[in-house]
Design a protein around this ligand. Structure first.
Ligand code: DON
Length: 319
């Protein structure tokens, strides 16, 4: 109740006010102790639970950052949003709609039963099944070419060359039996293009791309600005692909909690198990947040609290 609700003006408040509100969000949740750091990918359990960073990038490229916004971490599921944007750009609205789908599963991000309950459909690009199927849609004659499309595409969103955290890639490759099973199941239904294990390998590498909270904010701001990078000025994806991506983020980005997220926070967003969140406000900009301890759906607790606070304080709620 002590958060002032700004009017929705179509622009962010002035710079000094944004800085002070981001600092207030950081101070408010910094000492929050709930949540558990992910350990089903063994190397992730080594993250420091105290890490916490918040960045905001305006659709005009102006940045505001507080806390651990330059620590790198693996992007994990947040990659799904940007790879989907690349797939929409390459294959078009109708094709991705038909091949992947855009409806929420109501189940966990790594659900196998969701595929079975829906006649083999990968359902949406934000859960593991749909994300693996989306990665398979990227054009390329070889797995190396498809991987380079992912890496260079996400780098264009960030406006800098991104690389892979090789330790995370190795750790997840050794333990991703469930994703391999999901890919095999999709193939059995004829819902996966190409070789399932090759595609899971590219998907695993895409999840291990190393980013900072500031990178996430800029990548999100590129979607907020209709696919044009706010600093480099490069068109990364078409305006239609950016719009399609934000629509799917709103409906599915926070998995089975997407409804609650929209109800409470009102901004399309995507989380990842390393503790990142990107939250994108169309036309205005994006928040990139990072803090490793997670809730039971695999979403960073400090990041989501800070997002809720800033949504209200900065007047970012779309509704
Ligand atoms: O495929 C996986 O399980 C991980 N590479 C990514 C999962 C993830 O980030 C879910 N997010 N909250």
């Amino acid at each position: 109740q002590d958060i002032t609700q700004e009017a929705f003006t179509g622009a962010l408040p002035g710079d000094a006010r944004v800085d002070s509100l981001i600092a207030a969000a950081h101070a408010r949740y910094r000492d929050h102790g709930e949540g558990v750091v992910a350990d089903y990918i063994p190397i992730l359990s080594e993250a420091d639970p105290a890490w916490f960073g918040i960045s905001l990038a305006g659709a005009d490229g102006v940045m505001h950052s507080v806390g651990d916004t330059e620590i790198t971490f693996s992007i994990q599921s947040i990659s799904k949003a940007f790879v989907f944007a690349l797939a929409c750009d390459a294959r078009g609205h109708e094709y991705v709609h038909e091949r992947i789908g855009v409806n929420n599963t109501g189940l966990a991000f790594n659900s196998v039963v969701a595929i079975e309950l829906n006649d083999g459909s990968p359902m949406n690009p934000m859960v593991n099944a749909g994300a693996i199927a989306t990665t398979a849609l990227l054009p390329g004659a070889t797995p190396e070419e498809r991987w380079e499309r992912v890496r260079s595409g996400l780098s264009r969103f960030a406006g800098r060359e991104l690389g892979v955290d090789e330790e995370v890639y190795r750790s997840e490759s050794e333990t991703n039996h469930r994703n391999r099973a999901i890919a095999g199941l999709l193939q059995s239904y004829g819902r996966l293009e190409g070789d399932p294990l090759e595609t899971v390998d590219i998907y695993t590498r895409q999840c291990a791309i190393a980013v900072t909270a500031s990178d996430l904010a800029v990548m999100g701001a590129t979607l907020a600005a209709g696919g044009v990078h706010p600093v480099t000025g490069e068109r990364v994806v078409s305006a239609g692909a950016a719009r399609d991506t934000l629509a799917v983020l709103a409906g599915c980005g926070m998995y089975e909690r997407s409804g609650e997220w929209l109800f409470e926070i009102g901004i399309p967003a995507k989380s990842g198990v390393s503790g990142g969140i990107v939250a994108v406000v169309p036309g205005k900009g994006a928040l990139g947040l990072f803090s490793p301890p997670l809730d039971s759906a695999g979403t960073s607790i400090r990041s989501q609290r800070a997002c809720a606070y800033l949504s209200r304080a900065l007047g970012l709620n779309l509704f």
